[in-house]
Design a binder for this molecule. Structure first.
Ligand SMILES: *Cc1c(COP(=O)(O)O)cnc(C)c1O
Length: 355
């Protein structure tokens, strides 16, 4: 994990917006370590942190991250006590959710009204905004909640086309206006994630919530960000084999010449995608060498040709280096997926370190 890359990505983002930057470190900082990513992002200028659960937020507090934190998915309901104890803001996306929160006897909880701006995935449906705002108004008067933000989410920002975002931007303005009109002041409004932040200033409002971009992924594919991780594995075993040798389960790869095979101790249990194209490879001593045969649970085999690498030789599965080294984006292409699933899929037994 490379904090310098996270810092460089915050600089890229800052160059494109004046809004407050919320560093979204859900899913353990997209697999890179939530605390490490959060620290690097805050040091580089992020003013807020975002997670999906209060538990994740509490872990950041335990690591002495003191900036405001927002959480927005509450799988087992909002635990007002825990949120208040951790000093965490919670997004409230429905009338029922807010009613359940108000029913708890707790100190004042800071809430962000999460409005559905076109995603239909969480967020209060348009037809119930007034009811939600009305309930928030009563809750705030009774000092049970404090409306500390208004939130939306962009469904189409990856297209990098402002016209595609326009309906959500309009909805966000209306939501902000409705909150103001209800006498709830002008709490920060936030709509954009990485793609909107990088491609459409109209989506920035007061704050942008950037997750993927922190670790080097621009889902809109328009800005080259800095990859924030490198995955290496040592060769555990090397053999010389003749031409015509089938490799791995199903014998799907058959050597076409006398060659050497090296085993790396990473497999699909560690997040190496099992479904990957024949182009998949790793870098060993500056050369790109192919993955031979199927990815196993705990290991992959590399066809190293005429060279016989001794056990212990380090192979780079992916990294930011370029040249022979595959990137996370290469692995995503080989697996027919997005880079997010590669980085968040790296398993728990892969040892994380900070470089
Ligand atoms: C994940 C998430 C983000 C961050 O999105 P990226 O595209 O990774 O920057 C922002 N807001 C919400 C609600 C999210 O779930």
């Amino acid at each position: 994990m490379l904090p310098v890359a996270v810092a460089a990505n915050v600089v890229e983002i800052r160059a494109r917006t004046r809004s407050t930057i919320m560093a979204v470190v859900k899913a353990d900082g997209f697999g890179h370590g939530a605390v490490t990513v959060a620290r690097a992002a805050v040091a580089a200028g992020a003013g807020w942190l975002g997670t999906t659960s209060v538990a994740e937020a509490a872990a950041l507090r335990a690591a002495r991250l003191a900036v405001p934190i927002l959480t927005w998915l509450h799988p087992s309901g909002i635990d007002a006590e825990a949120a208040a104890a951790a000093g965490v803001d919670v997004a409230v996306g429905s009338v029922d959710e807010l009613a359940a929160l108000l029913a708890q006897a707790t100190p004042t909880v800071r809430i962000h009204l999460h409005m559905d701006t076109g995603m239909s995935r969480g967020g209060c449906p348009r037809g119930q905004w007034d009811e939600l705002i009305g309930l928030a108004q009563r809750g705030q008067r009774a000092r049970r909640v404090r409306v500390a933000g208004v939130m939306g989410h962009l469904p189409l920002a990856d297209r990098a086309d402002p016209a595609a975002n326009a309906p959500a931007v309009a909805a966000m303005r209306q939501a902000r206006q409705a909150v103001r009109a209800a006498g709830l002041g002008s709490p920060p409004a936030h709509l954009a994630a990485t793609s909107g932040t990088l491609t459409d200033p109209a989506t920035h409002f007061d704050m942008v919530r950037v997750g993927a971009g922190l670790v080097g992924i621009d889902p809109s594919g328009t800005v080259r960000m800095h990859d924030a991780s490198r995955l290496t594995a040592p060769i555990v075993h090397t053999t010389a084999v003749p031409a015509g040798t089938p490799v791995g389960y199903g014998g799907t790869y058959v050597t076409d010449r006398a060659t050497h095979l090296s085993v790396l101790p990473v497999g699909y249990a560690d997040g190496i995608p099992r479904e990957c194209s024949p182009q998949a490879g790793v870098a060993i001593r500056g050369r790109r060498l192919p993955v031979a045969g199927r990815v196993s649970m705990d290991q992959i085999v590399i066809d190293t040709g005429a060279e016989s690498f001794p056990a212990g030789t380090s192979a780079t599965v992916f990294g930011p280096d370029g040249g022979a080294t595959p990137t996370v984006h290469d692995w995503a292409r080989w697996a027919g997926t997005i880079p997010h699933t590669i980085v968040t899929g790296i398993g728990p037994r892969v040892k994380r370190s900070i470089a």
